[in-house]
Design a protein around this ligand. Structure first.
Ligand code: UD2
Length: 324
């Protein structure tokens, strides 16, 4: 049994990691400032984890949270390209300064390894597909710059202080519990939510942009593997975490519409600033060094995701109906 600290534990990815680690019998501590996370996400594990409602800006609390921890899974972030364009300072604070505080806390507490939620946005809009880790990064949005800057910080703390770090460049993660109610929510959650409420979702641009949409279970596995992989294979390194297959937004729209039996076509809006045309992961490095293999594909993941949101909608309607 090991002691894990998950930052952003009340978020969609953080809470999924918590459930998996608790099920494996590990000790889990989690921190979250609940700015975008939701305690509801921790309903299944709340009695089995040490949850602390703190902000990564609070240095003394961060140091205390790192005490006795072997592995940190750093998920806390303001994870949105458009939000970083609208409010770059808040994003900078939450994505860079917070990560710096965590690195300092982890180093002081003698944490063994930090696994960091990096982003495929680091590649920017380069034409070469699939994206390989040795390509020169070309971040477009403030969010992409922030995520990339922290990869460099991770590498530096390994090289300079010997703190083992592994950066996982997530490719558009989706799945149950992803927030759907904000204009900054991920596209799959937004599309499902809209269709469930009987409204046609909006595609920004022509819908031909493509993403390597990665189901949450694959991301959870990658994190767990990144903790236990041999130091000489992974420390100070960066790995793509995707599936190696991509789908256009129109294909994604059609799949969700067919699963929900939603017959209306999409609305169209202007292409989003800072948006990337195509994104596809080369996962060879993760395969060799981590033993990572995506086990849930796009369609299966989408079925699971859609049925979760459907269940939520039914529960919500039942609760509203029960109120006199
Ligand atoms: C980026 C990263 C992703 C992750 C995420 C932050 C890339 C390729 N991916 O995701 O790995 O770090 O940021 O959590 O950089 N869209 C619509 N209608 C909507 C919402 C979105 O058409 O209502 C489009 C959007 O313009 C984009 C695509 O859907 O082309 C995906 O958007 P997103 O916000 O879900 O994720 P993205 O690609 O910015």
């Amino acid at each position: 049994m090991s002691c894990y600290l998950i930052t952003g534990i009340a978020g969609f990815i953080g809470s999924s990691l918590a459930e998996a680690l608790v099920a494996m019998g590990h000790q889990v501590r989690g921190i979250d400032n609940l700015s975008t996370g939701d305690r509801e996400n921790l309903a299944k594990v709340q009695n089995e984890i040490d949850f602390r409602c703190i902000d990564l800006g609070d240095k003394s609390e961060v140091v205390a949270a790192c005490e006795g921890v072997e592995y940190v899974l750093h998920q806390a972030a303001i994870a949105s390209v458009p939000r970083s364009i609208e409010d770059p300072e808040a994003s900078h604070q939450a994505n860079i300064n917070a990560t710096f505080n965590l690195l300092q806390g982890a180093r002081n507490a003698g944490v063994k390894r930090i696994v960091y939620a990096a982003s495929s946005s680091a590649y920017g809009d380069q034409e070469t597909q699939p994206k390989q880790e040795n390509m020169l990064p070309s971040p477009l949005s403030p969010y992409a710059v922030q995520k990339l800057a922290c990869e460099y910080y991770m590498q530096s703390y390994y090289h300079v202080y010997g703190l083992e770090t592994v950066s996982l460049r997530y490719f558009n993660v989706f799945g149950p519990r992803q927030a759907a109610d904000s204009p900054y929510s991920g596209v799959i959650a937004k599309f499902i939510q809209k269709m469930l409420s009987g409204e046609a979702p909006t595609i920004f641009g022509n819908g031909q942009q493509s993403r390597d949409f990665t189901y949450i279970e694959n991301v959870v596995k990658a994190n767990i593997l990144a903790c236990t992989a041999r130091r000489d294979q992974v420390a100070g390194r960066i790995f793509n975490v995707g599936t190696g297959k991509s789908y256009t937004l129109l294909q994604t729209y059609d799949l969700i519409a067919s699963l929900l039996e939603f017959s209306a076509g999409p609305k169209y809006g202007e292409a989003r600033m800072g948006d990337i045309e195509h994104s596809l992961a080369d996962i060879q490095n993760a395969r060799h060094a981590l033993g990572y293999m995506p086990s849930v594909g796009f369609e299966e993941g989408m079925q699971k995701t859609v049925s979760w949101y459907k269940g939520q909608a039914i529960r919500k309607a039942a609760m509203e109906g029960a109120v006199p």
